[in-house]
Unconditional design. Structure first.
Length: 202
């Protein structure tokens, strides 16, 4: 690109202009992307769920007996512990978080991001780099809603227990039930809803 590369007033935003005869107009046209955006989490509907289900070496060996057993006292303390550990949220008020906890409520790992999915990708990625997968003995605490994809990602990492301050989607609940995962939503104060896997609560 040479001199055609310039910054647009921000250190992380650049404008790139391609010059010369290296690209034809038809080649550049093939790179255009035109599509509608939606506010959904990427799953079009009920008919898509079977096509989206995947398994790996971790999910294949999981069952009702795997996973942590968590007390109500530990469970209701998780949102506050997660919130207090969110350093960037404290200064911005605009980030989601995913945290991994022990069955005793100890915060093991936390990652923040503007997007819920990115926050979960980060915390699972960190565990992968540390060779800690599968994560079957931890509790995943989410700061927002629970989509199908978040449950699927957690399942692929071997996670058996998910709790969140927000609501789960119907597809998220269905997948959690089918995979014998514990799914807790609306975890606020002393109250919460258990949608699947209540045998892991004591």
């Amino acid at each position: 690109c040479g001199p055609a590369l310039s910054y647009l007033g921000h250190s992380n935003v650049m404008k790139v202009v391609l010059e010369g005869s290296g690209f034809s107009e038809s080649q550049l046209k093939s790179l255009e992307r035109n599509f509608y955006t939606t506010s959904s989490c990427g799953v079009c509907g009920k008919s898509s769920i079977d096509a989206l289900k995947t398994q790996n070496k971790f999910t294949a060996s999981l069952n009702r007996q795997s996973g942590p057993t968590v007390s109500k006292k530990v469970l209701i303390a998780l949102p506050d512990t997660l919130r207090k550990a969110q350093a960037v949220f404290e200064s911005t008020g605009g980030l989601h978080a995913s945290g991994l906890f022990s069955a005793e409520g100890e915060l093991l790992s936390l990652r923040e991001d503007v997007g819920r999915h990115n926050a979960l990708d980060k915390v699972i990625g960190d565990a992968f780099l540390r060779r800690q997968l599968p994560l079957e003995n931890v509790v995943l605490m989410l700061s927002g809603r629970i989509s199908f994809e978040l449950v699927q990602k957690a399942s692929m990492a071997g996670i058996r227990f998910i709790a969140a301050v927000g609501a789960p989607s119907s597809l998220a609940v269905e997948l959690a039930k089918e995979t014998d995962m514990t799914l807790v939503g609306f975890l606020r104060g002393d109250n919460f809803n258990v949608y699947s896997g209540d045998w892991r609560l004591k």
